[in-house]
Design a protein around this ligand. Sequence first.
Ligand code: NDP
Length: 281
Amino acid sequence: MATLLDGKIMAAQLMEGLKSRVNTLKEKGISVGLAVILVGEDPASQVYVRNKGKACEELGMLSETILMPAQTSQEELEALIEKLNADSRIDGILVQLPLPRHLDEAKALRRIVPEKDVDGFHIENAGKLFTGQEGVIACTPKGIIHMLKEANVPLSGKHAVVIGRSNIVGKPIAMLLLNENCTVTICHSRTENLSAHTRQADILVAAVGRAKFVTADMVKPGAAVIDVGINRVDGKVVGDVDFENVEKVAGHITPVPGGVGKMTIGMLMENTVEAAERKAK
Ligand code: NDP
């Protein structure tokens, strides 16, 4: 039976450490602030934004949630981002995605000054990751590496297979695993004979968005299986991995909920605290 990589426990430990870093900054008279912009009324986004606010509160950080109507124009959104760029109380700016269709996501994200881009989605931070320079790393992939390291899963020289090639999960996690000296294979919807690839994985990351997509026969015995997926089935949140059966084969496994998602928020907080620490310097 696989060892559970418990995101709740790991995130709680991370938050403890962050709390003391926030206090250290406060003692120097420096506050830490995160601004979250939510455009429209997507119910899932509202939940995510609320959870981010709660995490800020837990750490004693300033949290500002700006709700904008669904018909907000590109100009209005970018003007707000500019205002937050100039606001010294704000260390991190997050635009909750997805934005309503009429808005240009990439253009809006480019408006955030890279130092305050705590999601790590700005083209400059993505470019830094790809060229091996220090920058802000996207929260979900950063959280996955944290979990693997906390559990002492060997990475160097191991074969990591990532299913998914999005800019926010698939590509950055592949790059981070490469930086950890894994041999990395990236699979996607056009990959032929997917299970032949996944069965070779010592570390298997599923970021597909399809419930129970990864079945036990696709997993090498003893592999570390990281389930990034968030899917709603009959009102319940489930991952991309058929947990019940895969846990019998894998060496390590993350649950959904209570796995990668928990770490994502923790890493958002860490990126914001790091931004404030840079400001303090
Ligand atoms: P995207 O939809 O952007 O990407 C999904 C990827 O899966 C694509 O690259 C796609 O390939 C690939 N894919 C789709 N079908 C198949 C298939 N049959 N075989 C192989 N590959 C396939 O999603 P995201 O990367 O944004 O998110 C993935 C999942 O992770 C979602 O469930 C999302 O909700 C969740 N998520 C969870 C987070 C967390 O904190 N836990 C954070 C972010 C996302 P192609 O490129 O060819 O289309």
